[in-house]
Design a protein around this ligand. Structure first.
Ligand SMILES: *Cc1c(COP(=O)(O)O)cnc(C)c1O
Length: 392
């Protein structure tokens, strides 16, 4: 049997339609966009088209889109770039406890360089507290960075409201929208967003390409010093083929949002309903409705996520866990801890992330396997044995 790929929040395959667009820019139209001959013009035009495709998808203007090498780079640029440009105005930044490490570790870095960062709490569903956000704002706050939707638990944040609060206080608002672009409708002006991070490989474009939307007029330092590419803000010969792929992938995903949301949500809800009604002692992490269409995150008491992943893998199913054990760290996920899960439960969690390329047959097969896997692991679990003893 082929792999059942349930890890679309980690990365995706390059879409066939995207690959077809990219290919000529690798083999035939390889001109450096900075030159004046026709071959270079081909590259210039391709970049221009991609910029417009991305701008259109988030209701921005073409000249507000800057290409980067991915989501992490966009997050780093937005935060360090504003921190540097506005250092004279203030050195306080507000973010949340559930951000991606590209945001959290950038903030940690700035803390070592004299900046002050407030990491605000979220509620049990992973939603940022607007009250806490308001309380955290100070005279010297220069930036608020809150993710659009969380990559682990799928919770969608009240972005428009946060942006409004930021703007009332004259504070810039950045959002890491890597999990949202192509999945949720976005209008950067209506939602009061000043900067927004995009990554290609989460939506069918190649790895190593992304974009940062920077609203015109925002004061931000240049990221890479060199040639005049990206208006001199992010130098380096453009990655034309990948940029073409990013534009195409964003355009396709955005045009398909309604159709794929319906289809993907049906698969998601079938998994959630089946697990919650057939397996005891488990909990759905994230918000029941304000959640990404393709995200399932469930904690199973008394078992280790790693055991689950290995058994799923032996059945050909690719999934991830909230436990970072596999990546060499014993710390449970900071996101699951932030929503109040005890350490044991944060370890026993499973994340499934679906795409339009998954099928109901795969979902049914998974549901059948996961029930067996959980009971097998519980049968071997000393914690479960103790629990049953206590129940007597
Ligand atoms: C994947 C991801 C990133 C990092 O993007 P890369 O392109 O892999 O650098 C940042 N933020 C979120 C929410 C992500 O899911």
């Amino acid at each position: 049997m082929n792999n059942i790929y349930f890890d679309n929040a980690s990365t995706t395959a390059v879409r066939k339609e995207v690959f077809d667009e990219i290919k000529p820019y690798l083999l035939d139209f390889y001109g450096n966009a900075s030159n004046i001959y026709d071959l270079a013009k081909k590259s210039q035009e391709a970049i221009k088209k991609a910029r417009k495709q991305i701008a259109d998808a988030i209701c921005a203007k073409s000249d507000e889109i800057y290409f980067t090498a991915g989501g992490s780079e966009s997050d780093n640029w937005a935060i360090k770039g504003v921190a540097d440009a506005l250092a004279d105005k203030g050195k306080h930044i507000i973010t949340t406890k559930i951000e991606h490490h590209a945001v959290l570790n950038t903030c940690k870095f700035l803390e070592k360089h004299g900046y002050d960062v407030t990491y605000i709490d979220v509620d049990e569903y992973g939603i940022v507290s607007i009250e806490d956000l308001k309380k955290a704002i100070r005279q010297d706050t220069i930036l608020i960075s809150v993710m659009f939707a969380n990559n682990e638990i799928g919770t969608i944040e009240p972005i428009e409201e946060i942006g409004k609060i930021a703007h009332e206080k004259g504070i810039y608002f950045h959002t890491d929208a890597v999990q949202a672009v192509g999945h949720l409708k976005i209008d950067v002006y209506k939602m009061n967003i000043d900067m927004l991070s995009i990554s290609g490989h989460k939506l069918g474009a190649p790895k190593g390409v992304g974009a940062l939307y920077i609203k015109n007029g925002i004061n931000i330092s240049n990221l890479i010093h060199g040639g005049g590419q990206e208006k001199g803000k992010r130098a380096g010969t453009e990655n034309v083929a990948s940029i073409v792929g990013l534009g195409k992938a964003v355009e396709l995903a955005n045009a398909e949002i309604e159709e794929s949301t319906d289809y993907i949500t049906k698969m998601r809800d079938k998994i959630i309903e089946n697990i919650m009604s057939n397996i005891k002692y488990c909990r759905l992490n994230g918000h029941p409705t304000k959640r990404l269409p393709g995200n399932v995150n469930i904690s199973f008491e008394f078992i280790e996520g790693e055991g689950m992943l290995l058994l799923l893998n032996s059945k050909g199913i690719c999934a991830t866990s909230g436990s970072a054990c596999t990546s060499g760290s014993l710390d449970p996920s900071h996101v699951l801890l932030a929503i109040g899960l005890p350490h044991e439960n944060a370890h026993g969690s499973l994340r499934i992330t679906l795409s339009k390329y998954n099928t109901m047959e795969e979902v049914d097969y998974f549901i059948k396997e996961i029930c067996g896997i959980v009971s097998r692991l519980r049968d071997m679990s000393p914690l479960y044995e103790q629990f049953l003893e206590r129940q007597k």
